[in-house]
Design a protein around this ligand. Structure first.
Ligand code: MRU
Length: 358
């Protein structure tokens, strides 16, 4: 990864995973966590695309925000191209940004917003356009911070007393603010309800043990990491009051695409009579899709699964299937919490009703 890097030794709260400074997109490099807290500065769209693909920045809302700032980077780059090519240069970069990851709809949602700022301008790559694009990116970022806080409060009130289970990383690293599922459980902890957080390690990229552990440790919230295949036994043997997950895309009927392993947790939660909550802002809903069957589910490189061998490479090929996301049908979801309200037993009508309420 190109881009200047700065080592930060004493990180203070809150974590800023994505921000704009000195005409650059700044990212906390999540591939280095939890060992190193290293920020990188990106000033080319190709660097931003590479960072999104390599999970330097990840989590649906965070990649939406990074894509929005990435569009400003693209416009700044277009300024340096001969003027007759500026528009096509910019449009091609937006298309490439939009395709960097396929499942999280927040990315294309943010790029669509950025594109419409350009479409409603005089299409000249002047200071005004850059300022308007940056203002839109900052609005997207700010909206996410506000939504996170609303969802945390709404979700916190739903929780009973006891331990909760979560998956992947859905905190400040994955969003613009306090997080989605993480925000809810952290609020539950503040309210004195959540006594312990169990977090799945989240094979194969380990967002749970690397990133959620890092955030829970910083927040001093008591937690235990479990391997993903321990969830059933955990639910059978310990009192788990709720399973809480984020989302990368939610179809109009309330089916949820999220990190691989979420579906198994939802099935297990149903079998053990534990409420299964999904926390996601309205930017994660894709009302154009009638059901989850239409959501593109990203498949990633085999090397992510094989890295567990830590260089002990066998003398034969190990074929791998590595879907990064799975689909949880609405029938397994107790409620979806978004910034506009709590959607109990989500279905098409309840989602349409809540999303149209301002
Ligand atoms: O592959 P990742 O790390 O980008 O996957 C992230 C998730 O699946 C999160 O649960 C989801 O984006 C919601 S984060 C607020």
């Amino acid at each position: 990864m190109k881009g200047q890097s700065i080592l930060l030794h004493h990180q203070t709260h809150p974590v800023r995973a994505v921000f704009w400074e000195k005409n650059c997109l700044n990212l906390l490099d999540q591939t280095e966590l939890p060992a190193e807290e290293r920020y990188i500065q990106l000033n080319s769209t190709d660097q931003v695309i590479e960072a999104i693909k390599k999970l330097v920045v990840r989590g649906a809302p965070a990649i939406g925000i990074a894509g929005a700032y990435g569009s400003v980077v693209a416009a700044l780059e277009a300024q340096r191209v001969v003027s007759s090519n500026q528009q096509s240069y910019f449009e091609n970069k937006l298309k490439a940004l939009e395709m960097a990851r396929p499942t999280a709809v927040n990315l294309s949602w943010a790029i669509t917003k950025m594109r419409s700022v350009f479409e409603s301008s005089n299409k000249t790559f002047d200071t005004d356009l850059i300022e308007n694009l940056l203002a839109e990116a900052e609005r997207i970022h700010k909206e996410d911070i506000d939504s996170n806080l609303k969802m945390a409060t709404l979700g916190g009130h739903l929780l009973g007393a006891g331990a909760v289970l979560t998956i992947c990383n859905t905190g400040s690293l994955a969003t613009g603010g306090v997080g989605t599922a993480y925000g809810m459980l952290a609020e539950g902890y503040k309210m004195g309800k959540v006594t312990l957080v169990f977090a799945c390690e989240t094979r194969p990229v380990l967002q749970g043990i690397r990133l959620t552990a890092w955030e829970l440790n910083r927040a001093r919230i008591p937690y235990r990491i479990i391997c993903d295949n321990m969830a059933g036994t955990l639910m059978a043997r310990e009192k788990i009051t709720a399973v809480i997950a984020g989302a990368d895309r939610i179809s109009a009927n309330g089916d949820v695409a999220n990190k691989i392993g979420t579906y198994s947790l939802a099935v297990l939660a149903k079998a053990h009579n534990i409420p299964f909550y999904v926390v996601a802002p309205t930017s994660t809903f894709d009302l154009n899709l009638m059901s989850g069957a239409d959501i593109p589910l990203e498949e990633r490189d085999a090397s992510e699964v094989l890295s567990v061998l830590q260089g002990k490479t066998p003398k034969f090929d190990i074929p791998v299937w590595n879907p990064a996301f799975d689909l949880t049908p609405n029938s397994l979801i107790s409620a979806i919490i978004c910034e506009r309200g709590v959607i109990n037993s989500p279905n098409r009508e309840r989602i349409a009703e809540t999303l149209k309420a301002k």
